[in-house]
Design a binder for this molecule. Structure first.
Ligand SMILES: NC(=O)c1ccc[n+]([C@@H]2O[C@H](COP(=O)([O-])OP(=O)(O)OC[C@H]3O[C@@H](n4cnc5c(N)ncnc54)[C@H](OP(=O)(O)O)[C@@H]3O)[C@@H](O)[C@H]2O)c1
Length: 252
């Protein structure tokens, strides 16, 4: 019989069916975690489950839109209390802000920001009850400074950053660790639509490995790839006139 100390840890991952969420799911399971994956496409989730034929118990999944708070609460009642909540589900569409984009703006807000809050609120009570847990919120380097074509996406990631910065004051004292993950460009279907140069574009498995490495550190915000992150940090501190010029020159 396994002792409590040896009990496998459990993660809830939103957006587990593709991209970074799928790569991180596979990596956690490889490292002896159980994962509960949530995303809309049951077909894609089923494909992920096929990666663990000899270890079926390690990946449970629920097809659920993160906009559906009622369904998320229902899932929370059915599952065991997680050790890690990886709030990762998100969408990205480049937009031209000179065009009418209200539906696109609202869709980003509803999925990327309110979808994270829905998942957070649905699963938080069990962590609070346990007085222990770990939440990683998926933001982006584009939450640091407004980037070209990111007028719909960037503000949702900036909002998540601000949310996580505030939430940790209330959660840390009750034993819940909060981290913010801010990647640059990672090679997934989301970025495959970009028709511009993506500096530092990173392989999705490399990104998952870095998340796995940083989740065991005391860092609140972790970001990668290193060189592009440093450029972005500098841009966000520079006088606006200079950062505007440099971003136009190097990113557009
Ligand atoms: N790729 C990058 O360069 C990059 C950089 C920084 C941050 N990020 C962030 O990292 C996260 C993952 O991005 P990715 O590049 O891996 O994207 P991706 O390959 O498109 O995967 C997105 C995941 O989110 C799920 N999802 C989307 N809308 C959902 C909804 N309404 N309800 C539930 N699940 C939903 C998708 O599954 P279904 O379609 O099955 O629902 C999929 O599993 C996002 O938050 C993104 O903003 C990505």
């Amino acid at each position: 019989m396994k002792t409590h100390k040896n009990k496998k840890k459990t993660a809830i991952i939103t957006g587990a069916s593709d991209g970074i969420g799928a790569a991180f799911t596979k990596l956690l399971i490889k490292n002896d975690w159980n994962v509960i994956g949530i995303s809309r496409s049951s077909r894609k989730l089923k494909e992920i489950s096929k990666c663990f034929p000899s270890n079926e118990q390690s990946f449970k999944y629920y097809s659920c839109d993160v906009q559906d708070f009622t369904k998320l609460k229902k899932i929370a009642k059915e599952i065991e209390v997680p050790d890690l909540l990886f709030l990762n589900a998100g969408i990205y569409s480049p937009v031209n802000a000179s065009e009418i984009n209200l539906d696109i703006y609202k869709n980003h807000l509803n999925i990327n920001y309110l979808g994270v809050l829905n998942s957070y609120e649905a699963f938080l009570p069990s962590l609070i009850k346990k007085k222990n847990g770990h939440i990683i919120i998926m933001s982006s380097l584009s939450g640091w400074i407004g980037l070209p074509k990111a007028a719909a996406y960037g503000p949702t990631k900036a909002a998540l950053r601000s949310f996580a910065q505030s939430a940790r004051y209330d959660l840390n004292p009750i034993g819940i660790k909060v981290q913010l993950c801010s990647p640059g460009f990672v090679e997934t279907q989301a970025t495959s639509i970009n028709n511009f140069y993506m500096p530092g574009l990173m392989n999705v498995d490399e990104a998952a490995k870095l998340i796995f490495k940083y989740m065991d550190t005391k860092k609140f915000e972790f970001f990668f790839p290193f060189t592009f992150s440093i450029f972005m940090k500098v841009f966000s501190f520079l006088p606006d006139k200079i950062s505007y010029y440099l971003i136009k020159k190097f990113i557009i």
